[in-house]
Ligand binder design. Structure first.
Ligand code: MUC
Ligand code: MG
Length: 367
C-alpha cells in the first residue's frame, strides 16, 4: 500500500477540430499521464490537462512540478493516508491540475488495491450521468449542425454554448439559432469564460431572455467585483462560478460576495479529494453544482463520471462529458461509449480503465 514512485509522462494527441472559446483555443491534447506506483506492484493513473490560459500551468510545468515538488512529498506514504497527501500538496499555492492528477492516481491505486471501483469508495450513488456537450465558437450554422449530429449520434440533448465574443450579437445569434434549430426539448446554457464586461453580459442575457437558458457561467471576470455582483443580482438563472472558484475557500468568497450562485466542479483541477470538499460545501450552502469539463480526454472524462455518479447532488444535472469525441485518438484500451445521452461508469477496480501501451508509446513526447 506504500507509494514508491510517481511518473509524469507528457503526450500529445491532435484534435480533429479545435475547441475555441473566449479565453483560448485547444488544437491538441498536450496532457500529462500521471502514474502512481506502489510496493505491491499496483499502478494508479490520472490525466493532467494543462490550461495555460486559465491557470498558468503548462505541459512542461506540470511534469516539472510533479517530479520535483509533489512526487517527493507523497513517496513513502500509504495509499490510505489521503489526508496527509492533501495537507502536503496544499502547502503549495496554485498548480491545481498537477495536484489533482496526483490525488486521482492515488485514489485509482487505492481502488485497485482494495479491488473496488473508486466511484463506490467515493459515494456509490448511481452508475451513470446524462451528458452535456460543450459547443465551441463557430458560425450559427456550424454550431447547429454539430449539436444536431451530437443529438442524432449520441442522444445528447443538453448543450453548453461558449459565448463571450464581441459584439455580443455574434453569440446571441448562435444561441437563437440553436433554440430555433433544435426546438424546445433541448437544454441550453452559456459559458463566457470572462469574455464580456458585466454590462455586455446583462445586455446579452436580456436579448436571450426568451430562449429558456438554464444557467450562465463566468460571463464576466469575478475580479470586476461590483460589476459581477450587479450582474448576478439581476439574473433569473443560476450564475456558475468555474475558473473563479477552484478551491473551497474561493467558492466561499465568490458565493458570499454575491459573484456566483452555483459552482462547476472539475475533477481535473480539484481531484477527488478537493472535489469532495467543494461538493460538501455546496451542499451546506444549498447551491446547485455542475460537473464541468476541462477539455478532458477519455481518462479525464472517466474521472468526471466516476465522481459525478458517486453523489446525489452531482448526478442531478447533466455532466460535461463529451469533448473527447473531438479528439483524433485516445490512450484507453477501450473507448468510452455515450449512448442515449448517457455515460455509464466503467465497472472494475479503481477507475476501471487501462492505458494502451502502444498508444502511449506513439503519443508520448519524452522519448
Ligand atoms: C469551461 O467550462 O470553461 C474552457 C477553458 C477551461 O479551462 O475549461 C474549458 C471549459
Ligand atoms: Mg467554464
Amino acid at each position: 500500500m506504500k507509494i514508491t514512485a510517481v511518473d509524469a509522462i507528457p503526450y500529445s494527441i491532435d484534435y480533429r477540430k479545435p475547441l475555441k472559446f473566449a479565453s483560448g483555443e485547444v488544437h491538441a491534447a498536450e496532457h500529462v499521464l500521471v502514474r502512481v506506483h506502489t510496493d505491491d506492484g499496483i499502478v494508479g493513473i490520472a490525466d493532467a490537462p494543462p490550461r495555460p490560459f486559465t491557470y498558468g500551468e503548462t505541459q512542461r510545468g506540470l511534469v516539472a512540478v510533479i517530479e520535483t515538488i509533489f512526487a517527493p512529498q507523497v513517496v513513502g506514504l500509504a495509499l490510505n493516508e489521503r489526508e496527509i497527501v492533501h495537507a502536503r500538496l496544499s502547502r503549495t499555492v496554485g498548480n491545481p491540475v498537477a495536484k489533482a492528477a496526483v490525488d486521482i492516481a492515488i485514489w485509482d491505486a487505492l481502488g485497485r488495491t482494495l479491488d473496488m471501483p473508486v466511484t463506490d469508495l467515493l459515494g456509490g450513488y448511481t452508475d451513470r450521468m446524462r451528458v452535456s456537450h460543450m459547443l465551441g465558437f463557430d458560425t450559427p450554422e456550424a454550431m447547429v449542425d454539430e449539436a444536431t449530429r451530437m443529438r442524432e449520434t449520441y442522444g445528447i440533448d443538453v448543450f453548453k454554448v461558449k459565448v463571450g465574443r464581441r459584439p455580443v450579437s455574434l453569440d446571441t445569434a448562435v444561441v437563437r439559432a440553436l433554440r430555433e434549430g433544435l426546438g424546445d426539448d433541448v437544454e441550453l446554457y452559456v459559458d463566457g469564460n470572462r469574455g464580456w464586461s458585466a454590462s455586455e453580459s446583462a445586455k446579452a442575457m436580456s436579448d436571450m431572455a426568451d430562449l429558456g437558458l438554464t444557467l450562465a457561467e463566468e460571463l464576466c471576470p469575478a475580479d470586476d467585483v461590483l460589476g459581477r455582483r450587479w450582474l448576478v443580482g439581476q439574473l433569473n438563472v443560476p450564475f456558475v462560478a468555474d475558473e473563479s472558484a477552484v478551491t473551497p475557500a474561493e467558492v466561499t468568497r465568490e458565493i458570499l460576495g454575491g459573484s456566483a450562485t452555483a459552482v462547476s466542479i472539475k475533477t481535473a483541477r480539484s481531484g477527488f479529494t478537493g472535489s469532495t470538499r467543494t461538493l460538501h460545501l455546496c451542499e451546506g450552502l444549498g447551491l446547485e453544482v455542475v460537473m464541468g469539463n476541462q477539455i478532458d480526454g477519455q481518462l479525464g472524462s472517466t474521472c468526471t463520471v466516476a465522481f459525478g455518479s458517486a453523489f446525489e447532488l452531482t448526478s442531478r444535472r447533466a455532466g460535461e462529458l463529451s469533448n473527447f469525441l473531438d479528439m483524433s485518438d485516445d490512450l484507453l484500451t477501450e473507448p468510452l461509449d455515450i449512448r442515449d445521452g448517457v455515460l455509464t461508469v466503467r465497472p472494475g477496480a479503481g477507475l476501471g480503465v487501462e492505458i494502451d501501451p502502444d498508444k502511449l508509446a506513439r503519443y508520448r513526447q519524452d522519448i
